[in-house]
Design a protein around this ligand. Structure first.
Ligand code: BGC
Length: 421
């Protein structure tokens, strides 16, 4: 039997500014790319800044009815107090074109990158810097008229962990105290943006939720997995409403706020075991070993996880969107299977009454995968980085077929689906 999705369900794709636009010269990532602190340079990325018409045209042709992308703060304010009207106009054109093509935009205001001048002042580590964020939010609100879905932050805890805990990403700080302070300030920044935008827009936040699986059945490992889950996933979410953010060592007061929707980014599961190392908060989390294949990111594929995350996130009683879900592989058959199987689980969740209103595949096209550069291929559309030619993969058409019909057809389920779901 075909699996039908509810009327109005959004079938979209997702991207982020720095990963596709190219020439984002005014942000922190660009800076560290140039001085050699990052292994790959984003350069012209997918040259989307110039080729946005072609890209939006492709989305429409393929039959996708929604698109999640981010606005690059450093384009809008390349220097402190200097507003770049051209950038505002370009984003306005992008939004108008989406509207004309009948594609619902879902806009993220911060997707990992920040203006370099803002980071030089301490970025989100310093609460007094939130006035700059507020100014940015007020400024972009003007061009977002008519947009329904606006998310404040993409994956705040990933930003914190990578930038301030593991020092794998800019600004390469390794301090648990600073990390949780940044997280608390991101909650404050979210509250500011919610105050500013709520009423005119549905304002959400996008949370990456890896499933934390205990490495064994032992009490210790189960407790460790619970701890990792709370520290990385749920403490941040809880704090949005409670105003109390539980960090690793202490709690932080943050304003009580709200969201109108929750974005879920789901990719994979982690395997967590107990550790005696206090610097690791007494747990050790690694990529889980599930199945016999790993994606180009070294991740296992675990479709059931998307269902588990939805059912847990449902506790907050807000509409949910899968704002990212995707696979980095050169094996496009595997991508097709990935999409069908994850959508099967999303469908299962909806049929059980969970309020999921859309699914955005990561990513529309191959792009700059942060520290991993251009090698991982997440795209439905293949990008030739020499010519910037776009070529939809077969999976792009398969996903288009699902999107146009609003259902996963019986044939697709037979060929790629999980049995007995
Ligand atoms: C991020 C994207 C990233 C993707 C794949 C998500 O965590 O939001 O920027 O490209 O995962 O790694």
């Amino acid at each position: 039997m075909a699996l039908k999705f509810p009327e109005g369900f959004l079938f979209g794709t997702a991207t982020a500014a720095h990963q596709i636009e190219g020439e984002n010269r005014w942000n922190d990532w660009w800076y560290y790319e140039q001085i050699g602190k990052l292994p790959y340079k984003s350069g012209k990325a997918c040259n989307h800044w110039e080729k946005y018409e072609e890209d939006i045209g492709l989305m429409a042709e393929l039959g996708y009815n929604a698109y999640r992308f981010s606005i690059e703060w450093s384009r809008i304010f390349p220097e402190e107090g200097r507003l770049n009207e051209d950038a505002l106009n370009r984003y306005t054109e992008i939004l108008e074109l989406l509207r004309r093509k009948g594609i619902e935009p879902n806009v993220t205001l911060h997707h990992f990158t920040s203006p370099l001048w803002f980071m030089k002042k301490g970025g989100f580590l310093r609460e007094e810097n939130l006035k700059y964020w507020e100014k940015y939010v007020e400024t972009v609100a003007d061009i977002l008229k008519g947009v329904k879905l606006v998310a404040t932050f993409n994956e705040p805890m990933v930003y914190v962990m990578m930038g301030y805990l593991t020092a794998y990403w800019p600004p390469f700080v390794k301090s648990a105290f600073k990390a949780f302070k940044v997280a608390a300030n991101l909650l404050k920044a979210h509250a500011i943006a919610y105050e500013t935008l709520h009423g005119s827009f549905n304002v959400g936040i996008v949370k990456n939720v890896p499933v934390m699986l205990p490495a064994s059945d032992s009490e210790r490992d189960r407790k460790a997995a619970q701890k990792a889950d709370n520290l990385f996933n749920w403490n941040f979410m809880d704090a949005i409403w409670s105003g109390n953010f539980r960090g690793a060592f202490k709690s932080y007061r943050v304003p009580e706020s709200d969201v109108d929707f929750i974005g879920i980014n789901y990719y994979t599961a982690a395997e967590v075991r107990h550790s005696w190392n206090p610097l690791k908060f007494f747990f050790d989390a690694r990529d889980a070993e599930i199945g016999d294949r790993k994606t180009q990111m070294g991740w296992s594929v675990y479709p059931e996880g998307i269902y588990r995350v939805i059912s847990k996130m449902a506790g907050y009683k807000k509409p949910m969107y899968i704002t990212e879900n995707g696979i980095a592989t050169l094996d496009d058959e595997w991508r097709k299977e990935f999409i069908v199987q994850h959508l099967q689980y999303v469908h299962k969740a909806i049929s059980e009454g969970y309020d999921v209103r859309g699914y955005f595949y990561w990513s529309l096209m191959d792009n700059y995968e942060w520290r991993e550069g251009f090698e991982p291929r997440f795209g439905l559309i293949e990008v030739d980085y020499d010519t910037f030619e776009r070529k939809p993969r077969e999976s792009a058409y398969l996903y288009g077929e699902i999107a146009k019909k609003g259902e996963i057809g019986e044939e697709l389920i037979k060929k790629y689906g999980l049995k007995g779901l």
